[in-house]
Design a protein around this ligand. Structure first.
Ligand SMILES: Cc1cc2nc3c(=O)[nH]c(=O)nc-3n(C[C@H](O)[C@H](O)[C@H](O)COP(=O)(O)OP(=O)(O)OC[C@H]3O[C@@H](n4cnc5c(N)ncnc54)[C@H](O)[C@@H]3O)c2cc1C
Length: 278
């Protein structure tokens, strides 16, 4: 899985499947069900920390389900495997906007929806009108009002697979979106250029506080365990400086959580999804 995650760590999965389309996915799921093989659906692995022993069961990548289409002129529908920037660009060509803040967030729509990815105080689910899910072999269409979600969180059933999302957008001139994309990219280049593989922010920001400030106040900026380090550039980015194992990241995260708690009384919670055999 180190080949499929931005942190470049993690042992192997028993199976790695890339279905061609929804029908193919359904056939795969029914076969996995018959064999009693558990599965995990992933996007592009930008927010995943896979344990060193790997994943017992199948990992499903929806990278080939990546169609983007226009609906009624004011909506854009994107399949789970579409990349965030591609969706922003598609909307831009239609003179629509409002989701420019996801343009620089690496990953796919499935991952962005599951994480309620966001930036500058906005989350993707606030711009989402409907979600299409595959649940126990059947396809369901949900309005967002029917689902529970919040900061970096969407409550789904454990085996739900996000198939696509419908975004509500507003009219926006192409050059305005271009400006949003450029500003975002400049900001990320100056603040997030950590020089090593990362998963972006490792910890969620506790309510009303910035995780990086708490990590700095605890003296943890630059802290290392093996090849894992709390980045010198952005202390909430835990980076792989070379040869790190997942165990290094887990020990470093534990040390940061304990030290931040001791200095500030705040318990940091991981934003990255930790998966795989313990
Ligand atoms: C340099 C850098 C900067 C970043 N900046 C930001 C930022 O500004 N804001 C932000 O929110 N995040 C940021 N991130 C984190 C990451 O990009 C986001 O969380 C992104 O949405 C993950 O998408 P992904 O496709 O890689 O999902 P993955 O990491 O593959 O998966 C994330 C979770 O979603 C689940 N999942 C994925 N697809 C599906 C599906 N179709 N159905 C069901 N479950 C699914 C996975 O099982 C996993 O639990 C950053 C990461 C990096 C490396």
């Amino acid at each position: 899985m180190s080949l499929h995650t931005s942190l470049k760590v993690g042992g192997p999965a028993d199976l790695f499947a890339i279905p061609e389309d929804v029908e193919d996915l359904k056939v795969l799921l029914s076969w996995l069900g018959e064999q009693n093989i558990p599965c995990l659906t992933i996007g592009r692995g930008y927010n995943l920390l896979v344990r060193d022993k790997g994943i017992r069961g199948a990992v499903i990548s929806l990278e080939r389900l990546n169609r983007i289409s226009s609906v009624n002129g004011s909506r854009v529908k994107a399949e789970a495997g579409a990349e965030n920037l591609a969706v922003v660009r598609f909307a831009q060509q239609l003179g629509l906007g409002g989701i420019g803040f996801i343009s620089g967030i690496p990953g796919s729509i499935g991952g962005a929806i599951k994480m309620n990815a966001g930036a500058y105080g906005e989350g993707i689910l606030e711009r989402t009108e409907r979600l299409t899910l595959l649940r126990e072999g059947n396809i369901y269409d949900f309005r967002m009002e029917e689902l529970e979600y919040g900061y970096r969180h969407l409550k789904l059933q454990a085996d739900d697979i996000i198939l696509s999302a419908l975004f509500k957008l507003e009219e926006r001139e192409a050059h305005q979106t271009e400006e949003e994309i450029r500003k975002d990219s400049d900001l990320r280049r100056s603040k997030h250029n950590v020089g090593y593989p990362s998963a972006g922010s490792f910890f969620k920001n506790p309510h009303g506080q910035a995780a990086w400030r708490l990590i700095d106040a605890a003296g943890m900026r630059g802290e290392c365990v093996g090849g894992a380090q709390a980045s010198e550039v952005h202390s909430n980015f835990l980076v792989n400086t070379g040869g790190a194992s997942t165990q290094d990241f887990l020990l470093l995260a534990e040390r940061i959580i304990n030290t931040v708690y001791a200095t500030s009384g705040v318990t940091l919670e991981e934003e990255v999804r930790i998966v795989g055999e313990i």
